[in-house]
Design a protein around this ligand. Structure first.
Ligand code: PMP
Ligand code: GLN
Length: 389
């Protein structure tokens, strides 16, 4: 074709999550690939949603989200992280955390700006930065010992950097930002205009007694930072696509400029249901129980694979476990993840979708009923024994 190409993202295909779910469906495979729980949302939440629908909540919610749900979000941050965001000016509800992360990047990244991301990274950030005309600067998330690499991040954060995007608990690695890391970043960024986005959609799901880490709790980053959350992840309702962003008035105002023309307003009856359910005792109990439930599932999965060729470091947070397959395969994980979906009936996400060069590692979502996990363990054991001999 002559002239300018139509596509602004010519190298981009369909996401690995969509691809692997379609492949799992086609082959009737267990889907531990895309990050979706097969556990039901709390029954009382579903009842609240039915009540909202029957009660006539069918029209637009306010652009920034229902005030009572924003009140709950701000209260949640105050209780957990000791910072009080303004319900009116510092909290926005969108179509999942995705829409607000995307809005923040479009609103705040100018053509030519540098955006630092840790690699591997959740797949949304790169294309969003590219669409905004920014340049990605990827730094390794982990050092040679498997710890978050503070030095690499700080070295990349020169005063010219427009934005840094963090994610904790981290998708896909399952690692959690170490204590003190955010304070060091804050000290390093002093005197710059760099903005920090902190993707905290798995926030309270931290394992083995680790503390929950949030930008909201870091005094030195609050004025330059936005934190993002997702009700989909917290309530086993990823299809509801309701998420939030909190941050100072000036940054919130910029996000809303994009949000009001993109999503504008989302899921009014679902917002009503969340606002009714979350402040109840059942809502609080659900959130308190979340980390324990997922830690037990992680442990069940790992115990089931002990003694096989699969190796892993237990996830520190979130509901993804990375399995190292280097004892089983030489070739690239993308090939094998697709092959195992077809031949062994289990879909996973190859880590090479997030980082290059390919490593023989796959990501499993363990937000599953025990019966699903047990079936997955059996299939993974078969894979291990088939590749061993
Ligand atoms: N960030 C990360 C790290 C995620 O894993 C996901 C989705 N799984 C999102 C953002 C998007 O969340 P939502 O479904 O609320 O848009
Ligand atoms: N965030 C989910 C995951 O990591 C997938 C969401 C999506 O398919 N875009 O699996």
């Amino acid at each position: 074709m002559e002239g300018k190409p139509h596509s602004k993202l010519p190298d981009l295909g369909t996401t690995i999550f969509t691809e692997m779910t379609a492949l799992a469906n086609r082959h009737g495979a267990l889907n531990l690939a895309q990050g979706l729980p097969d556990l039901p949302p709390p029954e009382a939440l579903v009842e609240s949603a039915v009540r909202a629908l029957r009660g006539g909540v069918h029209q637009y919610a306010p652009m920034a989200g229902r005030p009572d749900l924003r009140e709950w979000i701000c209260g949640h941050h105050l209780a957990r992280h000791g910072h009080s965001y303004s319900v009116d000016d510092e909290c926005t509800i969108g179509a999942g955390a995705s829409s607000l992360l995307f809005a923040a990047i479009q609103a705040l990244v100018h053509p030519g700006d540098t955006v630092v991301v840790q690699s591997p990274a959740y797949d949304l950030y790169g294309p969003a930065v590219q669409l905004a005309g920014g340049q990605l600067c990827e730094v390794p998330l982990l050092d040679a010992t498997g710890q978050w690499d503070l030095d690499a991040l700080l070295e990349a954060c020169t005063p010219q950097v427009r934005m840094v995007i963090l994610n904790t608990p981290h998708n896909p690695t399952g690692t959690v930002c170490p204590p003190g890391f955010l304070d060091s970043l804050a000290a390093h960024l002093q005197g710059t205009d760099t903005i920090v986005l902190s993707d905290e959609v798995y926030g309270p799901i931290v394992h083995d007694g680790r503390p929950e880490v949030s930008l909201a709790a870091c005094q030195g980053l609050r004025d330059r930072g936005l934190a993002f959350g997702s009700f989909g992840k917290l309530l086993q309702a990823t299809g509801w696509k309701i998420g939030w962003a909190v941050g100072p008035t000036a940054l919130t105002a910029e996000i809303r400029k994009v949000h009001q023309y993109d999503v504008f307003s989302t899921g009014a009856p679902l917002q009503a249901a969340l606002a009714e359910f979350l402040p109840t005792a059942a809502g609080q109990q659900h959130l308190q129980g979340l980390a324990g439930i997922y830690q037990a599932k992680r442990d069940r999965l790992i115990a089931g694979l002990t003694g096989t060729g699969w190796q892993c470091t237990p996830a520190e947070g979130g509901f993804f476990q990375v399995l190292d397959a280097r004892n089983l395969i030489d070739g690239d994980d993308g090939h094998w993840a697709r092959e195992w979906t077809r031949t062994h009936g289990i879909a996973t996400i190859p880590l090479s979708a997030f980082c290059h060069p390919p490593t023989p590692q796959v990501r499993l979502c363990f937000a599953k009923e025990d019966v699903t996990l047990d079936a997955a363990i059996e299939r993974l054991r078969h894979i291990a024994s088939d590749h061993a001999g």
